[in-house]
Design a protein around this ligand. Structure first.
Ligand code: 1CP
Length: 370
């Protein structure tokens, strides 16, 4: 049997996500869920009971297994490689621990600009993050072409937040201090991150990722002014350079999704920043976002993750409202942020099935009318 390489992948059987991302017509709305591999699944908890978090990320067989868990359970239209955005600060030489019950923690965060000298600025992503590429290649084979595989990275500002704050935070006041006190050093750090993120995303495409999502999860801590100075320019550079560098390696570029949580003030700009898809958090009104983006991009989102606590009937009603607001084209259904660990998996199934059946029904109805 031929070895599993990044060349001989099984043929893709479900390309709904790819077509929707490129703005092509779809017979039903594709759906996936942020954090679809996670603690709400008993098989994930069993795996984590035996293995430390970053060990799962660093072991391609384990990362692949966890990626496939939700795909076995639900009729999702995409898989997302199991990893974390914080593997990039690790690749730059920082220590990150996953503290049970608390989340990620950096024992030695960056406190002052001089601390940046500790970072490995010329990281070779093939050496430091090659395990992610191996996990992607393996997972592409194990998926057997069932659905496409999404690769991802944290965006520069969001990673800067964790590297300076040292973990999750209500206010991200420490990285915000940098923006106002050390403007030049902030740009230096964002540039270091942008360079490694570009290499990392290109490497994921070469390894087999069929779409890419960039998580700007802490956009909501910025204001329009700081977003335009410290986030948007870097997001645009990433979209442009990933495309160029993938092409330069003789591969076709893949659709890219930008999810900037809390950036409701920047939706028009995000629609012109080089990404095919703009992800929306649950606070955004889909109709307003459609008006703001004028069909330039596909929109992804944005059901309140909390709505999965509703009854299955109620979930169908909420999904119908969401689909009516977005329309059934140029839409990828998702939650407005990651799923909570206390959600009943049966309700995820109800969500996924409702997106499929209701969007198909709406499409058939509109065909009949025409
Ligand atoms: O013990 C555990 O299992 C920890 C829970 C967990 C999981 C399941 C963490 C810790 N990370 C992950 C996986 C993960 N992280 C994925 C997997 C793929 C998927 O199924 O979606 C992805 C895409 C991420 C990305 C990630 N990590 C983001 C961006 C998305 C988002 O939520 O905005 C962020 C901010 C992180 C950091 C992080 N990692 C883990 C936690 C609890 C956090 C948040 C910390 C905080 O700010 O409080």
């Amino acid at each position: 049997m031929a070895a599993n390489t990044a060349e001989n992948f099984p043929e893709l059987k479900n390309d709904l996500m790819l077509r929707a991302a490129r703005g092509e017509k779809t017979e039903r709305v594709p759906v996936w869920v942020m954090r679809q591999a996670g603690r709400y699944l008993s098989e994930f908890r069993a795996m984590r009971a035996e293995n430390e978090f970053f060990k799962v990320c660093q072991t391609p067989e384990l990362a692949c297994e966890v990626t496939l868990q939700p795909i076995r359970r639900f009729q999702l239209d995409a898989a997302i490689i199991f990893s974390d955005i914080l593997v990039v600060p690790q690749a730059l030489g920082m220590t990150v621990e996953m503290v049970p019950g608390k989340g990620p923690s950096f024992p030695e965060p960056l406190k002052v600009p001089e601390d940046m000298s500790k970072l490995d600025k010329d990281v070779d992503v093939n050496k430091t993050l090659g395990y992610v590429f191996d996990a992607i290649t393996l997972t592409r084979h194990k998926l057997e072409g069932k659905v496409p595989l999404i690769g991802f990275s944290g965006a520069p500002w969001t990673l800067m937040c964790y590297m300076i704050e040292g973990g999750g935070s209500e206010s991200m006041s420490k990285p915000k201090q940098w923006l106002y006190k050390y403007e030049e050093a902030s740009h230096q750090l964002l540039n270091i991150l942008t360079k490694v993120i570009i290499d990392y995303l290109v490497g994921q495409v070469i390894a087999g990722a069929q779409l890419l999502q960039v998580f700007e999860s802490h956009a909501g801590h910025l204001c329009p002014r700081t977003f335009h100075t410290f986030a948007l320019p870097y997001l645009s550079i990433i979209a442009r350079q990933v495309e160029e560098k993938v092409r330069a390696q003789g591969k076709e570029p893949v659709p890219m999704i930008i999810f900037a949580k809390g950036a409701h003030y920047a939706i028009e700009d995000l629609a012109q920043s080089g990404y095919e898809v703009v992800g929306l958090d649950w606070t955004v009104n889909p109709k307003t976002a459609r008006h703001q983006t004028q069909g330039k991009v596909t929109l992804q989102g944005n059901m309140d993750p909390g709505a999965l606590y509703a009854s299955k009937e109620e979930i169908r009603t909420i999904v119908r409202e969401m689909l009516e607001q977005f329309g059934t084209q140029q839409h990828i259904a998702n939650l407005g942020h990651g799923i909570y660990p206390t959600i009943d998996p049966d309700h995820v199934e109800a969500f996924v099935d409702a997106v499929h059946s209701i969007s198909e029904e709406i499409n058939l109805d509109s065909k009949k009318k025409n």
